[in-house]
Design a protein around this ligand. Sequence first.
Ligand code: ATP
Ligand code: MG
Length: 364
Amino acid sequence: MTNPSLLILPGDGIGPEVMAEVRKIIDWYGTKRDMVFDVSEGLVGGCSYDAHGTPLTDETMEKAQEVDAVLLGAVGGPKYDDLDFSVKPERGLLRLRKEMDLYANLRPAQCFDALADFSSLKKDVVAGLDIMIVRELTSGIYFGEPRGIFEEGNERVGINTQRYTESEIERVARSAFELARKRGNKVCSMEKANVMESGILWRAVVSEVHEKEYPDVELSHMYADAGAMQLCRWPKQFDVIVTDNLFGDLLSDAAAMLTGSLGMLPSASLGAPMANGRPKALYEPVHGSAPDIAGQGKANPIACVLSFAMALRYSFDKGDEADRLEAAVEKVLADGVRTADLLGEEGVTPVSTSEMGDAIVAAL
Ligand code: ATP
Ligand code: MG
């Protein structure tokens, strides 16, 4: 059997700093758990532009298509602000998403007990929270035609079109049901079927996929506005939420804030199943390149570490090892180890990026 393959793209700013800590964890799995990954590394973003004049080379793009999973740090930085749009660092990431056709964006909202005080909500509302928002990422109102600002009579009119095909809804619904089977086995689908045609189709298609292929998973439907309210009121009622591009944009940002710091939040973008039955996948922290703290050893590596945990769970079928890694993070936080972004209390000295990584490895 060949080893599972992983392409690592550290990128710019704090990307390489947080990725160095993930490398320590990957090494730990290799030596202590006999899980050896076939790891290759490449350039994306500004660093790729500096080396090759493009934010993503064809060679790296091909590699991304071949591997079991891609793990990305962050791209961009002030150094590249004046570059032409076609070679901006972010274009590298967009090309990856587009050519890998990553249509399901996964944003977990997970609250570690030790950080429950950090949330803007009451502690019992968020403690132990572990939900997943699946947002459709490649269609819907951000892409539908017609779009534009037009003259109509003697005034202008701004138009966007919400458009979903049956197959677009089907595939993202499947992503959500597959995930639910690896989690709490529960999906809540959110749309506005009361006022939108696309919402009526969304609800019908999700129900059909459920009935035919995933009857073992519990399915409920909610109007997205009511869903937003429930998400703030009692988020623990949910396991997986599946929703369209626009509602998912809003709901996933709101859910993120249930849990606290940007330095804690992982994400995944999934595409169609490959020959091995697992989806094409790109994992990355939600945060950006954080130019204000880059190069200072202050970055919190946990978002990137948890992104790797998602890869273990969803690309490598190692849910138990993902649990182990998340438990190690939980232990380190419970022990009071904090990078600067997690500090509210006085009298606690922050640890460096590398010390946080070492603490997680020790906890493993
Ligand atoms: P992008 O446009 O790429 O999303 P951004 O400038 O909007 O980038 P970030 O780069 O994520 O956002 O930074 C936002 C703020 O959060 C910055 O002050 C940054 O220092 C902080 N931050 C982001 N990630 C981390 C991290 N891993 N650890 C500590 N602080 C972080
Ligand atoms: Mg940003």
